[in-house]
Design a protein around this ligand. Sequence first.
Ligand code: ZN
Ligand code: ZN
Length: 308
Amino acid sequence: MPPALAPAAAPAAPAAAPVPGRASAGYRAFSTSWFVLIHIVPFVALAWVGVSVAAVVLAFLMYVLRMLAVTTGYHRLFSHRSYETSRAYAFLVAAAACTAIQKGPLWWASVHRLHHKASDTPEDAHSPVQRGFWWAHMGWICSPAHSTTEWSRVQDWAKFPEIVWLDRWHFVPPILLGAVIFFGGGALAAAFPGLHTSGAQLLVWGMGVSTVVLYHGTWCVNSVLHVWGSKRFKTGDESRNNRFVAWITMGEGWHNNHHRYQASERQGFYPGEIDLGHVFLSMLAKLGIVRRLKVPPESVLEEGRRAL
Ligand SMILES: [Zn+2]
Ligand SMILES: [Zn+2]
């Protein structure tokens, strides 16, 4: 049985730690091109592929499932180790989050750990306080400054070769998923012509439109949640709680709570703070797939109650 992934395992240097990469000279051109194309191509393609109920349902499902993978996988597991699970499930949720096309789990975690270490300071990769709302929302992604995985910040994960492999080959899961949707969708359309769909239509909606909306949902955490919302805790940064963003990000909207006690698996700390990522992980805990979900200490909860 593979060893469990403890939530607070001491960082250990990997036997052959990958060398921190240098920002590629072509990174800015590549990422900017991808960024522009993913915002244009799916919407232009809609004129050819059209729309159907099946396509819209698929786009919605792909949004929900991939957002769950990003918040419970990339964020709550890989960035914060806020619960324990098996290596098999860690790999599975990381592969699922890769299909959101937000690079690999260790790149994502290394940038996010920097965000908590240097929130809203000049070192923060995406602070709206430092460089404005649109930079924090999406401008920083096209910058070569944080284009490679900073291994010194994710050494606790670098000892798992399957995760390191996935971090390097992060584009494989979305390509495989796109192929499944295209060819599976084609077979579905042939079997059920009444659906008025096609493989190309399901691909455009399921991996194109859905991914763009998913991008902006995720990016709201870096932009909106450091600008608009309420501040319950004095965290020394501009993190906010925002109910609307909590809905569209499956719980990430309780960002001021999260900045106050980032080790907690749940981000909604109080009754009424709906956190769908926490609901999902609680279900997995009942099934024995995850365990030891970390909770905020009573002293932190009391601190928040006094601030209300
Ligand atoms: Zn933040
Ligand atoms: Zn975090």
